[in-house]
Design a protein around this ligand. Structure first.
Ligand code: ATP
Length: 369
């Protein structure tokens, strides 16, 4: 059973704390994505799990066994790296078989059969006698995966395994990895800085920043209920709009936006004064503004002017400014359907449904909900 328990893991390099008191339980068979910006400590966490780094403090258990002092070969894990790390002088068959050399309980014939079987499954059976430099990036990636899979480990550790592939192949391999994981049910820890990979692949996502775990949860939980501004900004594409302001007596006042909170929101926000309003671009509704619309605006509606429209085919990203303020960083971004095509300079009314609004404490960044 490949469950993983990480208790208070800290890893320091000189004065840098790469991982700071990280605790995380990963279930047997789970696909957990570790995500965060460059330098947040994802790879170091994975390398500690693999035994390639020694923890400064804290404990790691895999399948209930204490791992801290075990060499990588005795951890029953297989690792897939960004650069594939294939042996250039060996054929694909030899590379994959190499993964099995240390495994006990296989006859030579069984090893060959296993390589053939996994090669077949990954669609590289006809490449087994080629060397790595005779393969495309995507094919090399499959071989690296194959080498990990032949060993039938308890745990897969993957560090940005798709980042060297072009966008189309990356999408294809994403689906393939998920299919493999469903089929084998091997516990997988997958490191990426790409939030789309995290959202689409993870059973759960663990978001890190500055060596610290920010939140762990199912993708939609992180999307709908981020615990702080960092997670809210990291999960979701395009990024959540943030507008800083103040809160007093049930009303938020920010740049060009005055927003009365309903009972439910007040309960959570009362007591705070400096706050940040968070609105997902896809939660912002736009309507064309008719003449005199300003006079009839509702509590949660704002007059805006379209600054830029970015067409994406199935949808448009619309950048909005307060009316008459064209010469500035856009205040808000909205996502609208591809058939709605507002023009730059057009006046619109933006509606923000109170059900979808997020509020953060401006000082601590913590969500007030
Ligand atoms: P990336 O996405 O860029 O790979 P990451 O989130 O995986 O980043 P880590 O590689 O874990 O981040 O690095 C975390 C911090 O630890 C960084 O500040 C990095 O510079 C530092 N660090 C990592 N490895 C070492 C090392 N061997 N010696 C010194 N500092 C290190």
């Amino acid at each position: 059973m490949g469950q993983i328990e990480i208790n208070n893991l800290t890893k320091r390099f000189g004065s840098t704390t790469a991982v700071d008191r990280l605790s995380l339980d990963i279930e047997d068979g789970e696909f957990l994505v570790l995500v965060g910006p460059s330098g947040c400590g994802k790879s170091t966490t994975l390398r500690c799990l693999a035994g390639l780094e020694t923890a400064s403090s804290g404990d790691i258990y895999i399948a209930g066994d204490h791992m801290n002092y075990r060499v990588p070969q005795n951890r029953d894990i297989a690792m897939v790296f960004q650069d594939y790390a294939l042996y250039p002088h060996m054929t694909v068959r030899q590379n994959m078989r190499f993964g099995l050399e240390e495994e006990e309980g296989y006859t030579a014939e069984e090893r060959d059969e296993r390589v053939e079987e996994i090669g077949e499954m990954l669609g590289i059976a006809d490449l087994l006698d080629r060397k790595p430099d005779e393969l495309s990036g995507g094919q090399q990636q499959r071989v690296a995966l194959g080498r990990a899979i032949v060993r039938d480990p308890e745990v897969f550790l993957m560090d940005e395994p798709l980042s060297n592939l072009d966008a189309k192949l990356r999408a294809q391999m994403r689906t393939e990895l998920q299919r493999l994981q469903n089929r084998f049910g091997v516990t997988t820890v997958y490191v990426t800085h790409n939030q789309t990979e995290a959202m689409t692949m993870g059973d759960r996502i663990a978001v890190m920043n500055d060596g610290e775990l920010q939140q762990v949860g199912e993708p939609l939980e992180l999307y709908h209920e981020p615990v702080n501004r960092f997670v809210a900004g990291f999960i979701g594409e395009p990024m959540m709009n943030f507008v800083e302001g103040t809160y007093d007596d049930g009303v938020y006042r920010g740049e060009h936006i005055e927003y009365p909170f309903d009972e439910r929101m007040r309960e959570h926000v009362d007591g705070a004064s400096e706050v940040v309003l968070g609105v997902r671009p896809e939660d912002l509704e736009l309507h064309p503004a008719r003449d005199g619309a300003e006079a009839t605006l509702g509590d949660h509606q704002f007059p805006m002017e379209v600054a830029v429209v970015e067409p994406h085919g199935n949808e448009n990203i619309v950048y909005l400014n307060p009316v008459g303020e064209t010469d500035r960083e856009p205040l808000l971004q909205a996502v609208v359907g591809g058939t709605d095509d507002p023009e730059p300079g057009m006046r619109v009314v933006a509606s923000i449904d109170p059900e979808t609004v997020h509020v953060f404490d401006a000082r601590t960044g913590e969500a007030l909900h």
